[in-house]
Design a protein around this ligand. Structure first.
Ligand SMILES: NC(=O)c1ccc[n+]([C@@H]2O[C@H](COP(=O)([O-])OP(=O)(O)OC[C@H]3O[C@@H](n4cnc5c(N)ncnc54)[C@H](OP(=O)(O)O)[C@@H]3O)[C@@H](O)[C@H]2O)c1
Length: 266
């Protein structure tokens, strides 16, 4: 897929992996539009990256998605790449009382339902272009679940399945479907979700390296891009998934509970 001279929409493009994608796509001569929920973060992104276009839009709000499609169709009718990147991650201890059941499934709304809705809503516009792409940002966790983040793990595994089926349904069209599955990456989501003890021993990739690998993969028409540990996780998921989850990742739940108990005590 050509990664220059395109019009690219990146959801959640004000931070971490999204803004790094935006920086590189701009440098490659693309028109880049990013979304996010927070006005201040959108303004800061526009100041940091001259030429960047920003639109406030929440992927979980169906009215906002319809409005985004309308705005993009009018202002950027040549849109030919949609990067479904917006995402959130939480630690969830199922033994703790869940007061807000809607909040409990927010990662499914954002990380799974969001990309499904956006792909469906933007397909008519993407189908009008000579060549187009949908890039879904999943996770290495799509292949092997992370026990302290059960809802996130379920959402990302679901997004992986949706991406595979979307690719098959669109294979005879002008729209190619890519999956970028980052490993643990040094972004606010990667570093701030858990206490460092919980993720100790899991290699953390720099965001520049992660996005460079993703761009190389997209340019080479590699449809499932698994940088660093994500490739290992996919392989292990086929050979010994239960062993790794029980013996290595299983300890992360104990560490999450220990940390929660320590912070409550203080
Ligand atoms: N970092 C990692 O270790 C890692 C590993 C694997 C996969 N990923 C995936 O990579 C993607 C990017 O994550 P990141 O690490 O770059 O996180 P990040 O730095 O926290 O950035 C997340 C971005 O998503 C936006 N966002 C969140 N909820 C949104 C919503 N409902 N509608 C629109 N925008 C929304 C945020 O802006 P607002 O808050 O202003 O909306 C922000 O721009 C996510 O899908 C994540 O699951 C990350």
């Amino acid at each position: 897929m050509k990664i220059s001279g395109s019009t690219i929409l990146i959801t959640g493009g004000t931070s971490g992996i999204g803004i790094e994608f935006a920086k590189h796509f701009l440098a490659l001569g693309n028109t880049v539009i990013v979304t996010g929920r927070d006005h201040a973060k959108l303004d800061a992104a526009a100041r940091t990256l001259p030429g960047l276009q920003t639109i406030r839009s929440d992927v979980t709000d169906t009215h906002a998605v319809a409005d985004l499609v309308e705005q993009m169709t009018t202002r950027f009718p040549k849109l030919n790449m949609l990067v479904n990147n917006a995402g959130i991650m939480k630690g969830v201890d199922v033994l703790q009382p869940q007061d807000n059941l809607l909040d409990l499934t927010q990662e499914v709304e954002t990380n799974l339902n969001g990309p499904i809705r956006l792909a469906s809503a933007f397909l008519p516009l993407l189908r009008r272009q000579p060549s187009a792409a949908i890039v879904n940002v999943t996770s290495g966790i799509a292949f092997l679940p992370m026990p302290p983040s059960p809802v996130y793990s379920a959402a990302k595994a679901g997004l992986h399945a949706w991406t595979v089926t979307l690719r098959m349904q669109l294979q005879s069209t002008n729209v190619r479907v890519f999956e970028v599955a980052p490993p643990l990456t040094a972004t606010p989501l990667g570093t701030d979700t858990f206490h460092p003890e919980v993720i100790k021993g899991i290699p953390m990739m720099e965001v520049e390296r992660m996005v460079a690998a993703a761009l190389k993969g997209i340019a080479q028409d590699k449809y499932e891009i698994r940088p660093g540990m994500s490739n290992v996780m996919k392989t292990v998921s086929r050979i010994a998934p239960n062993w790794l989850v029980a013996n290595m990742l299983g300890a992360t739940v104990d560490k999450m509970r220990q940390n929660a108990a320590t912070s409550q005590a203080h």
